[in-house]
Design a protein around this ligand. Structure first.
Ligand code: ARG
Length: 663
């Protein structure tokens, strides 16, 4: 049961007798900040007091008089200022705990109003190796999928692979000019990856070469301005001087940025210039950028040679991705890439045109949308279709095939503008009842606060990231195992298996534990801390629970247990036991909260706090479990351990993270 929702439902009834629209007031019923005042608190009397010309306290009292919560809570308490504090009844909480212990779903019933979701996530551009930037979409999308499915919604997960874009033009060009046939025969994807990088580097080289003079002259201009300001400052005094000094500071920041940018450009150019082979290639392929676009266009137009190459490359590229997904434990219901929609694109544009939704502007076919400065281009003047055109065709296909109530796009926040326009165009097209949502996320940063890259300036490959995390996890696992009071418990094979689970879990958890809309700093050390908000800490708590049952030789699921005897003391004699039970009972509320704005970090925060409650309970000398004072207490504490362990395990699984019984 989602307790908060149930309380709000009861309040809605009570409020209904006092106001016409209780809806907005219900948000003022929340979990209590401070457990000493109860479990939940309602602050809805204050705004009503003004409206009803009564004191908040009187309004609260009359609300409580109408409220029917006796089965759930002790009598609500009204404070001087009109807050209503509620504390769940101990016998209710005890009954809940017994139910949860007997239920594989830890007392979370599926929703009564299931919706159908399509979730578009991961969606990398194939033909380039997967890198750190792909983690976020993959991991966040997968967590949302698990959570929605667990709550009883219907999910179609669809990996919208970029298997049709310029990157294929690049490898086709590379294949035609730079192929190392023997390397290709030995390991295709590696050679394709090399070709991609090489072509990309050469194309970028020419582009940067063209950009550098302007960047340099801009900098020179700013330097001159700066010298001017410096001279002027000397002649001024008072507020004038201050103002000019401020301008100078602002200019300094810009100059610094421009210098850094020029530094980066020079470094990228030097990487080619300092390498005789690459320098020669760059000279032999001066128009490589345009040639790549031509190869891409030929592929799209159906050129037999390019289509054959594409069909030759694709399976290997996909196999490479499949390996990464397998290691991450991620699978998709569908992987309909951009190429799948190619044949629909002409029809989509024609439909927009014939219904008067698109018109030609400067040769391009454009959809003009209210509230946007620039239109959405669906066909370029040279006839080429765009990313946006494919996305429109994709919406049409998904709606016709799966009839979803909602489509979630788990994609980088840099694409917000694209999605805002796409959704507006889709509504114009008639898809106005489906919820289209861009579930956006920020960038993964290095310790220097800039997007996470290797020292050479390349994106860090996903495989190397996972390897490194697992290698470090192995060291942590060994340290923990070696330090056990009665000596090491794990064989080396076990240690390696645990390290894989801990290492991969750490990467996923670190990502999920951040508010998805903010950027975050990637740090191996932080993600593997054993006593922080990390998956290793939670996995460790899970294993600890397992150890209790192993030590006591107790099988799970636990038997239903004995009825509480009449002379038994309170079900939760210590603060720690009750706090743990209460935290467990709020799992459902947490999962529902995650789905309001698709924020998995609400689940990580919950699990971290839950593990804290468990630890305070378990380390309290008054809460002995296996050696509890009475059989009844022992049974109850085992139930707490059982539900705590299973909630942590379930929570991690919903985040796509595995657990191990022993660590
Ligand atoms: N392949 C795209 C990229 O790497 C992301 C695709 C997201 N999904 C979509 N339907 N547009 O930027």
């Amino acid at each position: 049961m989602n307790i908060l929702r149930e309380l709000r439902r009861r309040f809605a009834e009570a409020l209904g007798a006092i106001v016409d629209d209780p809806g907005p007031l219900l948000d003022l019923i929340r979990p209590a900040q401070d457990a000493r005042f109860g479990d939940y608190q309602a602050n809805c009397a204050m705004p009503l007091a003004k409206r009803l010309h009564q004191s908040a306290r009187d309004v609260a009292e009359s609300l409580v008089a109408r409220l029917r919560v006796g089965d759930l809570c002790d009598r609500p308490e009204v404070t001087e200022r009109g807050f209503i504090n509620m504390r769940l009844r101990d016998d209710w909480l005890d009954g809940w705990l017994r139910g949860a212990s007997a239920d594989p779903r830890v007392a979370i019933e599926p929703t009564a109003s299931p919706r159908a979701f399509v979730i578009d996530y991961s969606s990398p551009n194939v033909a380039k190796p997967m890198h750190v930037g792909h983690i976020r979409s993959t991991v966040i999308g997968d967590a949302i999928r698990h959570i929605l499915a667990f709550l009883g919604h219907t999910i179609v997960s669809d990996n919208h692979l970029g298997d049709w874009g310029t990157q294929f033009g690049m490898i086709i060009y590379g294949y035609k000019h730079f192929l190392d046939r023997r390397a290709y025969e030995k390991h295709r994807v590696d050679e394709l990856g090399r070709l991609y990088k090489l072509v990309n580097q050469l194309a970028e080289y020419h582009e940067l070469k063209e950009r550098l003079p302007k960047a340099e002259s801009d900098l020179a201009r700013m330097d001159a301005q700066r010298a001017d300001l410096a001279a002027r400052v000397e002649t001024l005094a008072g507020p004038e001087r201050k103002k000019v000094a401020k301008d100078a500071d602002r200019l300094d920041a810009k100059i610094k940025e421009a210098r850094e940018e020029i530094g980066r450009i020079r470094a990228r150019l030097a990487a080619v210039d300092d390498d005789p082979v690459k320098r020669a290639l760059a000279r032999e392929h001066p128009a490589i950028g345009e040639r790549v676009l031509e190869e891409t266009a030929r592929l799209h137009e159906g050129d037999a040679g390019n289509r054959r190459l594409w069909a030759e490359f694709l399976p290997d590229c996909r196999l490479e991705l499949a390996k990464a997904y397998q290691r991450l434990g991620i699978r998709f219901d569908y992987e309909l890439g951009e190429s799948f929609y190619h044949d629909f694109l002409g029809k989509v544009v024609a439909e927009f045109e014939s219904r008067g939704l698109a018109r030609t502007s400067e040769g391009a076919t454009c959809v003009f949308l209210d509230g946007f400065e620039t239109p959405m281009i669906v066909r370029k003047s040279d006839g080429a279709f765009l990313y946006a055109t494919t996305d429109l065709a994709t919406i049409q296909y998904r709606m016709a095939t799966w009839h979803p109530d909602a489509v979630l796009y788990v994609v980088d926040s840099r694409q917000s503008e694209h999605f805002a326009k796409l959704f507006a165009a889709a509504r114009l097209w008639g898809y106005d009842s489906v919820e289209l949502r861009h579930v956006s996320f920020g960038t993964v940063l290095g310790e220097d606060g800039k997007p996470y890259k290797t020292r050479e300036g390349d994106a860090v490959s996903l495989a190397s990231l996972l390897d490194e995390a697992v290698a470090r996890a192995y060291r942590v696992v060994c340290t923990v195992d070696d330090a056990k009071p009665s000596g090491r418990e794990l064989s080396d094979e076990q240690r390696r298996r645990v390290a894989e689970v801990v290492g991969i879990g750490a990467i996923k958890y670190r990502d999920l534990s951040h508010n998805r809309t903010s950027d975050y700093v990637f740090s191996f050390d932080k993600m593997l801390e054993l006593d922080g908000n990390t998956s290793a800490y939670l996995q460790y708590a899970f294993a600890r629970v397992h150890a209790i049952f192993a030590r006591g030789g107790i099988e799970r699921p636990l038997p239903a247990g004995t009825e509480r005897s009449a002379d038994a003391g309170p079900p939760f004699p210590t603060v720690e036991e009750r706090a743990l039970a209460m935290a467990l009972a709020r799992f459902h509320e947490t999962l529902d909260d995650v789905t309001i704005d698709y924020r998995p970090n609400m689940l990580t925060t919950y699990l971290y706090e839950l593990a804290g409650h468990f630890s305070r309970f378990y380390t309290n000398p008054q809460c002995k479990v296996l050696k509890a004072e009475t059989a009844e207490l022992r049974e109850q504490r085992l139930r707490l351990c059982d539900v705590a362990g299973r909630t942590i395990g379930q929570g991690l699984r919903l985040l796509g993270i595995q657990t191990v019984d022993q660590m």
